[in-house]
Each structure stands twice: as C-alpha cells, then as structure tokens.
Design a binder for this molecule. Structure first.
Ligand code: BMA
Length: 323
C-alpha cells in the first residue's frame, strides 16, 4: 500500500494507455520515457511484441493526459544485424534534452546475449533516431543522462549488477558520450527487511530544481509471491551530483490499484519519464503498471521537494563499503 498517499495522485483515467490502444497487435505497453516537444507531451513507450521482443513507439498528446495519438509503427526497434547487442530487443528508455546538442538523448536497455546493457541514441524530434552505441557492458540498466556537462564531462546514472553483493545505483563520467570512467557508487540498496533492499534503480532522468537534482528510484522487495517494485525519492547536490543530500526512508508510491497488481508482472510500478509544468508546478510521472499498461501520477513539485528535504541525510558509507 502507499505509505505517503497524499504526495502523488493517480490520474482518474488510469491506465492512460493499454495494449488495446496500439494501432497494431502487441502484447504489452509500459515503462515510457517522456518529453515535451513543441507543446505536446511525447511518450517513448516500451512495447513488447507477441514474440516477447520489445521496441520503442511514440505517442503524442496535447495535454499529457488524454487524446493520445500513437504512431502506426515502431520509432526505434532493435537492429540485431548492425547492433548484435540488441538481439532480444530494446527496453525502458529515459529521455533527456541536451541543450548543448539541441537533441534529445535516449538511454535505453539493449538486451544482448550476454545480458542487458546500457545503450545511447539521440533524436531531434522523435521521428528520426541515431544510435551512439553501448555505453556500459552487461549487466547494466536503468540509466539516464544529466542534461548538461559537469566540469566539461557528461554524467550518466546507471545500475550495474555486480557478481558479488547487491545492485546499487552508480554515476559515471564521459568527455564525449562514448568513453566512460570515474565510476562512483551513488545510492545503495538497503539491507534486510527494507522496501528497497537488494536492488535499486533510477526511474526518470534527474530533474533540476533550485534545491538540487530530484531523483525518483525504484526499490525491489522480494516476497514469497514475487518482487514488489515501489518508488522512493532522493535529492542530489546541484554542483556535484555524487553527493546525496536527502533520501526518503519510506516509499512514496507503490502498486495498489488492480492494474498495478494484475498483469504480466504483478506488483510493479516502474516510471521512466516525468514532465514538470512550470506554470502549474505539476509534476507528471509516467509509469509502467504491472509491465502491461501505462499509468500517470501527479504531484506538485513544491510539495515533493518539501517532502524530500524533510527526509534524512544518508549516513556516511562505511569505508569498507566503497567500491
Ligand atoms: C526490471 C526491468 C523493467 C521491468 C521490471 C519489472 O528489471 O526489466 O523493465 O518493468 O523489471 O518486471
């Protein structure tokens, strides 16, 4: 159940997009990236076809809530001949506007024979796409770029799975979006009975606010009947995003409605995109619901920031926990 029920409100017309809305036969539609392009809300949706392979398809809406017009064919689909790392599809796009390049960057999961990895692509308009290629080797996913450079370098948040230990969120740096280094542990999965024990991963791309970079992340709780995916918040330092200023102890959103509890994967809310309306201060979070449909939850950004700033500063890591 939701523990902070008043922060985010579900859209009354949820789920806002279901597999039946696609103009061609699909299995499921979920985990969309989001952007505002020429006043329209654009969702870059993960669509799983009826083989089990995912591609990305564009939906557009004038208000980000209804009236969705969905492209008649995939916008970006795996091309295993030229990109063998995409042999089993492409998934879970996170979209970031890069003012310096005047392009949207898409960090997505390429499902390779060796496991999921992080790939990058760019687009000026969500009509044509250009691949930049893999950024991180497998297993790695849940990645997004910051919109600008820090000290001349691009910054990527991502979630590698180590051979030993839990799956934590990392941050890495690149001069050219191709060569990545200075890998640093950013946000750790907690331990034991915690809601985010064992596995955490970034949700939508970091959102710049006057108080810091707002992060929403998923935490996985493994139960006898499967994994529960719930959402928490953190705030990163504006100038040095390796510094976590605050992190919510409680989850702020979790599977509660039937469409979040019943589907191909039960008990999952999984956002990959959000949009902030400067005029109304509304933060719109687009999420996959039980890996089957797309839900929308909204909040006032002001209230979200007030909440996250009331959350504890994470404890200093023990020296032995450092990578
Ligand atoms: C994660 C990703 C997501 C998916 C979630 C729940 O590992 O694969 O695409 O929504 O699991 O199945």
């Amino acid at each position: 159940m939701d523990s902070t029920p008043n922060l985010f409100t579900r859209c009354p017309t949820n789920p806002i997009i279901t597999p039946d809305d696609l103009p061609y036969p699909v299995n499921t539609v979920f985990n969309p990236g989001a952007a505002v392009v020429d006043g329209q809300t654009v969702l870059l949706m993960r669509v799983e076809d009826r083989r089990g392979i995912s591609h990305l398809t564009v939906a557009r809406s004038p208000d980000g809530v209804g009236g969705w017009v969905i492209d008649p064919r995939p916008g970006l689909q795996s091309a295993p001949q030229r990109h063998p790392e995409e042999v089993w599809g492409i998934e879970d796009p996170r979209v970031t506007w890069l003012p310096e390049r005047r392009q949207w960057a898409i960090a997505y999961t390429a499902y390779s024979r060796r496991g999921p990895l992080v790939s990058l692509a760019v687009t000026p308009d969500f009509r044509t796409f250009q691949r930049l290629g893999p950024a991180m080797p497998p297993d790695d996913k849940d990645a997004a770029l910051f919109p600008r450079r820090f000290g001349g370098r691009w910054v990527l948040i991502h979630r590698p799975i180590p051979v030993r230990g839990d799956a934590h969120i990392w941050i890495s740096y690149s001069p050219d979006l191709r060569h990545w280094g200075d890998h640093t542990l950013l946000l750790e999965a907690r331990e034991g009975a915690w809601w985010d024990a064992g596995k955490v991963g970034l949700g939508p791309p970091p959102l710049e606010t006057p108080e810091g970079w707002l992060i929403m992340y998923h935490g996985v709780h493994v139960t006898a009947s499967g994994s529960l995916y719930r959402l928490g918040l953190a705030l990163l330092d504006l100038d040095d995003p390796r510094i976590v200023l605050h992190r919510s102890d409680e989850w702020v959103f979790g599977p509660a409605q039937p469409y979040e509890r019943i589907g191909d994967v039960v008990g999952v809310v999984f956002p990959c995109g959000w949009v902030h309306d400067q005029v109304s201060d509304e933060l719109r979070v687009y999420y996959g619901a039980s890996d089957t449909a797309i839900g929308l939850a909204t909040a006032k950004l002001r209230e979200v920031l007030d909440y996250v700033r009331s959350c504890p500063r994470p404890q200093r890591r023990r020296a032995s926990d450092r990578p």
